[in-house]
Design a protein around this ligand. Structure first.
Ligand code: NAD
Length: 364
C-alpha cells in the first residue's frame, strides 16, 4: 500500500501544497519500500479527460524537495500535453529517487509496479528518463496499468523514436515560422542530451543535412552518436552562448532560465525535454521579446504519448505516424496564433489545452 516517507521537505513550511509548482494536483502518492530501497512519488495532476498517463523518471535528485518539485511540474505538463494532442487522458507522472544505472533492480521495479497497481488505474505509467522498454515489460507482470510495452509482448514498443519524430516535425514548423523555410539543410542545430530521444532526433537532422552539434554528460554516448551519424561533439562549457540557428534541449528541464536566457544565440528553441522554461510566463515572454521562436515542449514532444496511447486505444503504426506528423500543423497554428494575439507560444498552446479540459468538465 502507498505510504508516506519522511520527506526532508516536510521540515520546511508548505512542502507540497505550498510549492510554486503545485497546481491543484488531485493526488500525490509517496511510495516507500525498505526491502527494495524504493522511494518514489506519483503525481496525479488532473483526470478530467481520462486516467492520468505519464512516464516514470528515475533520477538521482539532490534533495527530496527537488523530486517533489519535478513530479509536480512533470505531471502538470502531461495534463496539457494530452489535452492539446486531443487524447482522452489526464496528466500524471512518477519519479523514482535513485541512480538508474546502479540502483534499478527487478525487485525495485516490481514493487513500484505494485504501487501503480494500488491506484486502480487512476495512474498509468510508461518510460521516461532512466527507464527502458524492458522495465515496463517487468512492471506489466504485476499491473495492467502500464504502457510502453515491447512490441513482441503486444505493446507499441519504445516511444522515443516517435517522440523524436514529433520533435523533428515541431522543429521544422518553428523553422518555417522563423526562417520562411522548413528545410533544415545547413542549419546549425545544437542537441543537448543525446539519450533515447536525442539520438533519434540527431539521425533525422543529419539525414536532412543539418549541421549538428551534440552535447551530453556521457562520453560514451557522445562517441557513439558522433560516429554513427557524423554529428560534431560540442566540447565548450556554455552551449547557450554559441552561434546557432536552433537549440534543441533533449536532456532535463528548466534550461531556459535566468542564467541562460540572455546568452541564448539561437533563433529557434525546439526540443524534447519537458518543462524547458524555468518559468513559463517570465521566460516565455523573454524569448518572445527577443524574437526567439519557441516550439512549446508539451506540444512537440507528444509523439511518445501518442505511441503509448495506441496500446490503450488499439490503433496501429499508420495512425501513430499520422497523429505525430500532425504536430507540424498544430505547431504552425500555435505560432501563428501567438503572433497574432501577441502572446507567448506557450500561452497560446496552453489556452487551447485548458479550454478542452474546461469544456469536458462542463459536459460531465
Ligand atoms: P534519456 O535518459 O534516454 O536521455 C537523456 C540524456 O540526457 C542522457 O544521455 C543524459 O546523459 C543526458 N544529460 C543529462 N543531463 C545532461 C546535461 N546537463 N547536459 C547534457 N546532457 C545531459 O531520456 P530521453 O527518453 O531521451 O528523454 C529526454 C527528454 O525528453 C527528457 O526530458 C524526457 O522527459 C523528455 N521526453 C521523453 C519522451 C520519450 O519518449 N522518451 C517523451 C516526451 C518527453
Amino acid at each position: 500500500m502507498a505510504q508516506a516517507f519522511p520527506l526532508e521537505a516536510i521540515k520546511n513550511a508548505d512542502p507540497v501544497f505550498g510549492q510554486l509548482s503545485f497546481d491543484n494536483h488531485e493526488q500525490i502518492v509517496f511510495c516507500n519500500d525498505k526491502d527494495t530501497g524504493l522511494k518514489a512519488i506519483i503525481g496525479i495532476h488532473n483526470t478530467v479527460l481520462g486516467p492520468a498517463l505519464g512516464g516514470t523518471r528515475m533520477w538521482q535528485y539532490k534533495s527530496e524537495a527537488d523530486a517533489v518539485n519535478d513530479v509536480l511540474r512533470l505531471s502538470r505538463g502531461m495534463t496539457y500535453k494530452s489535452a492539446i494532442t486531443g487524447l482522452n487522458l489526464g496528466g500524471g507522472k512518477a519519479v523514482i529517487i535513485g541512480d538508474a544505472k546502479t540502483q534499478k533492480t527487478p525487485e525495485l521495479m516490481l514493487r513500484f509496479g505494485e504501487f501503480v497497481h494500488s491506484l486502480g488505474g487512476r495512474y498509468i505509467t510508461a518510460e521516461d528518463v532512466g527507464m527502458k522498454t524492458e522495465d515496463m515489460d517487468l512492471v506489466r507482470t504485476v499491473t495492467p496499468y502500464v504502457t510502453g510495452i515491447s512490441e513482441d509482448k503486444g505493446g507499441a514498443g519504445n516511444p522515443s523514436p516517435i517522440t523524436a519524430y514529433g520533435v523533428f516535425m515541431g522543429m521544422k514548423a518553428a523553422a518555417y515560422h522563423q526562417f520562411g523555410s522548413n528545410d533544415l539543410d545547413g542549419r546549425v542545430v545544437y542537441v543537448q542530451g543525446i539519450g533515447n530521444v536525442g539520438e533519434a532526433l540527431v539521425e533525422h537532422l543529419c539525414d536532412e543535412g543539418a549541421n549538428v552539434y551534440i552535447s551530453d554528460i556521457c562520453e560514451e554516448r557522445l562517441q557513439m552518436v558522433s560516429q554513427r551519424y557524423g554529428a560534431k561533439i560540442y566540447r565548450g562549457d556554455n552551449i547557450y552562448g554559441e552561434a546557432m540557428d536552433i537549440y534543441a534541449p533533449c536532456a532535463l528541464g528548466a534550461t531556459i532560465n535566468d542564467q541562460t536566457i540572455n546568452q541564448l544565440q539561437a533563433k529557434v528553441v525546439a526540443g524534447a525535454a519537458n518543462n524547458q522554461l524555468a518559468s513559463e510566463a517570465k521566460h516565455g515572454e523573454l524569448l518572445r521579446e527577443r524574437g526567439i521562436v519557441y516550439a512549446p515542449d508539451f506540444l512537440i514532444n507528444a509523439g511518445g504519448i501518442i505511441n503509448v496511447y495506441a496500446e490503450l486505444e488499439n490503433y496501429g503504426k499508420t495512425e501513430i505516424m499520422r497523429k505525430t506528423e500532425n504536430i507540424y500543423n498544430t505547431t504552425l497554428e500555435i505560432l501563428t496564433k501567438a503572433e497574432v494575439q501577441q502572446i507567448t507560444s506557450h500561452q497560446a498552446a496552453f489556452d487551447i489545452a485548458k479550454a478542452r479540459i474546461e469544456l469536458r468538465k462542463r459536459e460531465q
